[in-house]
Design a protein around this ligand. Structure first.
Ligand SMILES: NC(=O)C1=CN([C@@H]2O[C@H](COP(=O)(O)OP(=O)(O)OC[C@H]3O[C@@H](n4cnc5c(N)ncnc54)[C@H](OP(=O)(O)O)[C@@H]3O)[C@@H](O)[C@H]2O)C=CC1
Ligand SMILES: O=C1OC[C@@H](O)[C@H](O)[C@H]1O
Length: 369
């Protein structure tokens, strides 16, 4: 048997999601049927503190002596052992941090939302292409076996022709107590707000179903509405209607009201995919889908049982496997999260912010590089 393809990771930014992702990289790939891939964490860097980077590696369970700790992102990306950099900093910083890694000759997986605006995204993909490097927005949701199953069900025609998708990624929060003004969720300097942080998942569901129905997929026409958070001016609730060639998507998001009220899913499905012969529902949370069901007319079986899918750990490894397979095959982009689609989603969010007059500070909208 040939040895597994190994991908060596460097972690840029040692915050919350970076710890979930790093622990997932350490899980046994064979246990999920991906034994021909091996992920190795070879380095982690914080913005300013080497000791904290070392503590991060230790806390994540990276075997002692197998990974280097760095006290700056500049030194991390120079590590010759690092093949791919995982960027896990706030939205505002994705553009400069991805650029930093690409310019150092590293492949990149960057957390969602990919950038602050579509122009920044276009620039990053141009740089990746020029440098022949792999680059992907870390929209983990698309890589779940459950997402693939739902996409395949739609393709199979089980619910007929899809005409509408309704997607909601919302959390009930007492915002004033949960998010102090400097918190990344609401801080305009960090590109905070529900739309970029959570709305990207609703748009993911709308796009992974509807964008692909069109013969020549392009950015849909958009009518959006944003309710602002009085304390910082970011959006607390956002809704958009996306008109594709063949169908309509309605993407909703909020960090004020939720689809998670009782945490049991009785609040109703987060995703509803409406076809001419039936419907597919996916339960909350939209970003980590755990169960779905098909609902057909009564004479054809009515409401099906919920189909549950459990993934080990943080379930962020599916997207890491996608990176490894793409890089092994010499691809610059992964077909599950193509560049053109990431840009189209950024364009929808740009248009919504334009309609709502919600620019971010010039410093983080900047495309200077
Ligand atoms: N896929 C998913 O499910 C999730 C994705 N995310 C995404 O991951 C990214 C990070 O989110 P999260 O881990 O929750 O955030 P955290 O605040 O926990 O971590 C962000 C990290 O970025 C580094 N950083 C660099 N510059 C700044 C700055 N100016 N202000 C604040 N932090 C800075 C921080 O420090 P240092 O480098 O010094 O460690 C920090 O560790 C976001 O893009 C978010 O949307 C978040 C949650 C879930
Ligand atoms: O990406 C995310 O998914 C989970 C949420 O809790 C978090 O705010 C968001 O960044």
């Amino acid at each position: 048997m040939s040895s597994p393809y190994e991908l060596k990771w460097g972690i840029l930014g040692c915050g919350w999601i970076a710890s979930v992702f790093t622990k997932d990289l350490l899980l046994d790939t064979a246990a999920r049927g991906a034994g021909n891939i091996k992920h190795t964490v070879v380095a982690a860097g914080t913005s300013s503190d080497l000791g904290r980077a070392q503590k991060f590696l230790d806390d994540c369970g990276v075997p002692s002596g197998t990974a280097a700790a760095y006290g700056s992102y500049e030194t991390l990306v120079q590590d010759p052992n690092v093949e791919i950099v995982y960027v896990a900093t706030p939205h505002s910083h994705h553009f400069p941090h991805v650029l930093l890694a690409l310019k150092a000759g590293k492949h990149v997986l960057c957390e969602k939302p990919f950038t602050v605006n579509a122009e920044q995204a276009r620039i990053l993909y141009d740089v990746a292409k020029e440098k022949n490097l792999f680059l992907m927005e870390a929209v983990w949701t698309r890589f779940f076996p459950l997402s693939i199953e739902v996409r395949n069900l739609v393709k199979s025609g089980k619910i007929g022709e899809v005409k509408r998708v309704l997607a909601d990624t919302s959390f009930l929060n007492e915002m004033e107590t949960k998010f102090p003004p400097e918190n990344r969720m609401v801080n305009m300097d960090l590109a905070g707000g529900a739309l970029l942080d959570l709305g990207v998942y609703s748009l993911t569901w709308v796009f992974q179903i509807l964008y692909h129905l069109d013969e020549n997929p392009k950015t849909p026409k958009v009518v959006g509405h944003i309710q602002k958070y009085a304390v910082t001016g970011c959006d607390e609730t956002a809704t958009v209607i996306c008109q594709f060639e063949k169908a309509t998507g309605i993407a909703m998001t909020s960090c004020r009201v939720g689809t998670d009220v009782d945490e049991e899913g009785t609040a109703g499905p987060a995703i509803r995919i409406y076809g001419t012969k039936g419907e597919i529902q996916v339960a909350h949370p939209a970003f980590r889908p755990l169960k779905y069901r098909v609902i057909l007319p009564k004479e054809e079986g009515g409401a099906g049982e919920w189909q549950e899918r459990k993934d080990a750990g943080g379930a962020m490894y599916w997207q890491a496997d996608g990176c490894a397979r793409s890089i092994r095959e010499g691809k610059l982009e992964c077909e599950v999260m193509p560049w053109k689609e990431s840009i189209a989603i950024m364009e929808v969010m740009d248009e919504m912010r334009k309609q709502a007059d919600m620019p971010y500070p010039e410093a983080i909208e900047s495309t200077a590089h």
